[in-house]
Design a protein around this ligand. Sequence first.
Ligand code: NCD
Length: 332
Amino acid sequence: MGYDGNLTPLFDCSCLPKRSAPYTEFFGQDIIAVSQFDRRRLAYIFQRADEMRDLVTHGGVSDLLRGYVLACLFYEPSTRTSASFIAAMHRLGGSVIPITQGVQFSSVSKGESLPDTIRVLEQYSDVIVLRHPDVGSAQVAADAASVPIINGGDGIGEHPTQALLDLFTIYEELGGVDGLKIAMVGDLRYGRTVHSLTRLLLQYDVSLRFVSPDTLRLPLNLMNTVIDSGTNVRETDSVYDVIGDADVLYVTRIQKERFSDTKAYDEVKDAYEITPALMRLAKERMVVMHPLPRVGEIHTAVDADPRAAYFRQVRNGMYIRMALLAAVLGQA
Ligand code: NCD
């Protein structure tokens, strides 16, 4: 039987419950770079993240994002970033299209362009998290999209949501940021988490210490930005130069996948290892952070040290991502 146009409608849409009117200043915005966050906006996200922590730790249930769909599009490997966005969405009652491990099984492997993939996914979803190997890819996606794009890491460029959770962790662990001595250790050249966190920290009155092998120093343009900001900064290749004085030791992995030359990687891969012996030289209230994964740069014996904050940092990531998703979807 053909469609005669006289069927009874399945729904009377006029009486469907409507989403509440959006009312956050982040509503509809992309999250591409940390430059979008001044201290007032940071305070809002951190306050919301604190509320999300209360919700989760008190076993609360929320349907703040019920009916919303997040698409997670990951062209590079990820455990934490993808899992924490998925967990964040689920904990707020929303749902997820995960294209995380299987980009090779998606139309991307057929040669589909990033803007086309984004235009397709936005037909199904209200917000998209993108991780991609090319610097600037998040902006390319944002230019194509009409839903918010959240940058989950664009090559060696930025990783703004990681920087937000890193800064939030410093607040949570040490009660504030101004006045701190923060040392970053490891792959400062390719480490996008270091690039984003450094930019964010320039809004504070901090001292920065960059510890890396010569070949993995902070990119020159970023170093110049740090110097121009008037921040107290030093570079060294020895962690012993900073360990006694640091309030935060932000350790990073030497990222094998970013090297085109294996020999160059082999020369630096074991440059640093944080051990219990080294920790004995550190302040009693210092915190050790790491975006993870680690591959030997922090000895597992350090995990039991109360100053080891990296697993608490992971949990903070979920609260920050809950806050960000709610904010860009306009649900305060
Ligand atoms: C980092 C990343 O992907 O940039 N991890 C993360 O997001 N937690 C750091 C890394 O891969 O070493």
